[in-house]
Design a protein around this ligand. Structure first.
Ligand code: FMN
Length: 254
C-alpha cells in the first residue's frame, strides 16, 4: 500500500502545539533560515502577499502579549512572529511602476490572508521539524486594530495570525483528530444523518481531556463547551463587527 514515509507519519502523529518555552530565544539565523524555506510555499500568483513582524524586544513582547490577552503561550514566549496579509508592498510596487493596482477589495484581502496562513503553517512545520515549539495565537484577529497600531502596520495589511516560538519547556501529548472518513468525502458532500455526525465527533467526545473540560465547565457535552465557553455567539458577533470595521479602515472592503 502506498503511504507517506514512516518518519513523516511518525512526526505528524506526535506533533503538538507547545505553549511553554525556555528563556532562550531562537537565534535570527535559525529563524531566517526557516522563513527562507517556508517562503518556498505556494503563493497567489507568486505575489507573496505576506509580511512577518518579528517581536524580540522585551517591552514590545509585553505589549504584544497583552493584546493576546496574556495567554501563557504569548506572555512566556521569547519570540513572537506576526504573519500579516500584505497587499501594501505589492501595491506600492505597482504604484511606482505606473501600474493600476486594484487590490483594495475583499477578494484581494482573501488572497493575502490565504498567502499569510500558508506561510505561517509552512513556518510552523519547519520550525517544529527543527526542534522548536510553536503556538498559533488566533487572538490576532480579535485585537487586530490594536496589534496593527503597535506594529505600525500600513494600509492594505492585516495581522492574521501570531506564532509564538521558542525551545520547548514541555512535551505535550498529541491531541485528538477526527478520522479521515469524517473529513474526506468522495466526489460530493454526503447527506449526514444525526448518528453519522455523532459518530464523526465521537473521537473528540471520548478524548479524556475533553471529557474533563465538559465536567469542569458543568456542561452536558463537548459541543456546549465550544458554543457556551470557548467561542460563544455574542463574542463571535461583536468581534466580527470590530474586525470588519478594521478591514474597512485598512482599505480592503471596496
Ligand atoms: C488559527 C489558529 C488559532 C489558534 N489560536 C490559539 C490561541 O489563541 N491560543 C492557543 O493556546 N492555541 C491556539 N491555537 C492552537 C490550537 O488550539 C491547537 O492547534 C489545537 O488545539 C490542536 O492542538 P495541537 O496543535 O497540539 O494538535 C490556534 C490554532 C490555530 C490553527
Amino acid at each position: 500500500m502506498e503511504r507517506i514515509p514512516e518518519a513523516l507519519a511518525e512526526f505528524f502523529e506526535h506533533r503538538a502545539t507547545v505553549r511553554k518555552y525556555t528563556d532562550e530565544a531562537p537565534g535570527s539565523e535559525l529563524i531566517d533560515s526557516i522563513l527562507k524555506a517556508a517562503m518556498r510555499a505556494p503563493t497567489t500568483g507568486n505575489m507573496q502577499l505576506y509580511s512577518v513582524i518579528e517581536t524580540r524586544d522585551a517591552e514590545m513582547r509585553r505589549k504584544l502579549a497583552a493584546l493576546h490577552f496574556n495567554q501563557p503561550a504569548a506572555a512566556g514566549a521569547p519570540l513572537m512572529l506576526t504573519f500579516c496579509a500584505d497587499y501594501y508592498r505589492f501595491t506600492r510596487w505597482c504604484e511606482v511602476s505606473d501600474a493600476d493596482a486594484g487590490y483594495d477589495n475583499f477578494l484581494s484581502l482573501t488572497s493575502a490572508m490565504l498567502d499569510a496562513v500558508i506561510l505561517a503553517q509552512q513556518f510552523v512545520t519547519l520550525a517544529e521539524l527543527s526542534g522548536l515549539g510553536t503556538c498559533y495565537l488566533g487572538t490576532c484577529l480579535y485585537n487586530a486594530p490594536e496589534i496593527a497600531e503597535l506594529l505600525r502596520l500600513p494600509r492594505l495589511t492585516v495581522p492574521v495570525v501570531c506564532i509564538s516560538v521558542g525551545y520547548p519547556a514541555e512535551s505535550p501529548e498529541a491531541t485528538e483528530r477526527l478520522g479521515v472518513e469524517g473529513v474526506l468525502y468522495r466526489e460530493t458532500y454526503p447527506e449526514l444523518s444525526d448518528s453519522e455526525v455523532v459518530d464523526i465527533y465521537k473521537a473528540k467526545d471520548d478524548f479524556a481531556p475533553n471529557a474533563r473540560f465538559v465536567a469542569e465547565n458543568g456542561k452536558r457535552n463537548l459541543a456546549q463547551v465550544f458554543t457556551d465557553v470557548r467561542y460563544p455567539r455574542a463574542m463571535n458577533e461583536s468581534t466580527s463587527v470590530k474586525l470588519l470595521d478594521f478591514l474597512k479602515a485598512q482599505g480592503f472592503m471596496k
